[in-house]
Design a protein around this ligand. Structure first.
Ligand code: GLV
Ligand code: GLV
Length: 322
């Protein structure tokens, strides 16, 4: 059972693989992404592939792997980097890592929301650069959650966990949108299912936690930001491509919305000269939603167990049903 692991991952995950009988591991043992040519060479002849969200697994990779490839296990909850049609055509099984990163990602979403609406990076910068001269009544004011309306785009595992955490801040009303109403989950927050347009118009905070699909790609665009209030704050911890970044830039630069917090961008990494980085009212993080030591370790172990189960023809702990 030869497998290719595309990056250095938490040791606990690799241990699961190396201790499994008959599992032969080849690894790109680096913090940096595997170069495309090394990926194509690495998968050749393998039965299993353990990859990350930064690896594009498309037809070229599958062809390089050859017909022996039976299992792809991604150490991520998102799977937009996998060409599922091509994978399905070849009868390859896919594992992923939902649930285990829900708490960490929801926590980061709340942290980012507070950082953006209360202007934490900008304020902290003022302390360092001498901008803090005295206590000023009108200085560094932002927007708070108490009494607010929060709109969640995608009330899935992470969206619900965000709502659960925001509720105690005194949120008055939750709205949500998605492919279909989720009445049972929504009941916990008395969340109302509304069209995207109404969510944009009525929310003080918009939080994007949906998957990237053809339907959600570029969904937060000029029309969407144009409907948001001037005092509202936009947060995205899902995938950068859900947002039209040029439209977001315009909305932030022209005061159409108050602020944004992004943990995800297109591309990743975002070039350091990107216009969004010149804006004071945009807080950008380097895709660290699931980045706690414990969560990353658990993700690696789950990805390894998914891979092994798939190789053995057993049910995976978390299989993506294609
Ligand atoms: C993170 O974005 C993930 O998909 O796990
Ligand atoms: C703030 O520190 C206040 O005393 O109002």
């Amino acid at each position: 059972m030869a497998v290719f692991v595309t990056r250095r991952i938490p040791a606990e995950g690799l241990r699961v693989l190396s201790q499994a009988g008959g599992c032969l591991v080849q690894q790109w043992d680096s913090e940096e992404p595997v170069p495309r040519a090394e990926l194509l060479a690495g998968v050749a002849g393998k039965r299993g592939l353990l990859c990350l969200l930064s690896d594009r697994i498309d037809r070229e990779v599958l062809e390089a792997a050859g017909p022996g490839l039976k299992v792809i296990s991604t150490m991520s909850v998102g799977f937009d980097h996998l060409s599922l049609d091509e994978i399905k055509k070849r009868g390859i099984r896919v594992g992923y890592t939902p649930d285990v990163l829900t708490d960490a990602t929801a926590e980061l979403s709340v942290a980012l929301l507070l950082a953006a609406c209360r202007r934490l990076p900008e304020a902290a910068e003022q302390v360092k650069n001498g901008g803090w001269t005295t206590w000023k009544p009108l200085w560094m004011c932002g927007y708070g959650l108490s009494g607010s309306t929060v709109g969640i785009i995608g009330l899935g595992r992470i969206g619900q966990a965000v709502a659960r955490r925001l509720k105690p801040f005194g949120v008055k009303k939750f709205l949500y949108t998605g492919t279909c109403p989720k009445s049972e989950c929504a009941a916990e927050f008395a969340a109302e299912f509304v069209p995207l347009t109404r969510l944009a118009e009525e929310s003080d905070f918009v939080v994007v936690t949906c998957a990237l699909t053809p339907a959600t790609q570029g969904m937060c665009n000029k029309d969407f930001f144009g409907r948001m209030k001037k005092t509202s704050v936009f947060i995205n911890t899902s995938r950068g491509a859900v947002v039209n970044q040029d439209d977001l830039y315009d909305a932030l630069a022209h005061g159409q919305i108050a602020a944004a917090g992004l943990d995800v961008t297109t591309p990743e990494p975002l070039p350091t000269d990107h216009p969004l980085l010149s804006l004071k009212n945009c807080v950008i993080l380097p895709h660290i939603g699931s980045a706690t030591y414990a969560t990353r370790s658990t993700m690696a172990v789950l990805a390894a167990n998914n891979l092994l189960a798939g190789l053995r023809g057993e049910p995976m702990p978390h299989e993506l049903l294609l």
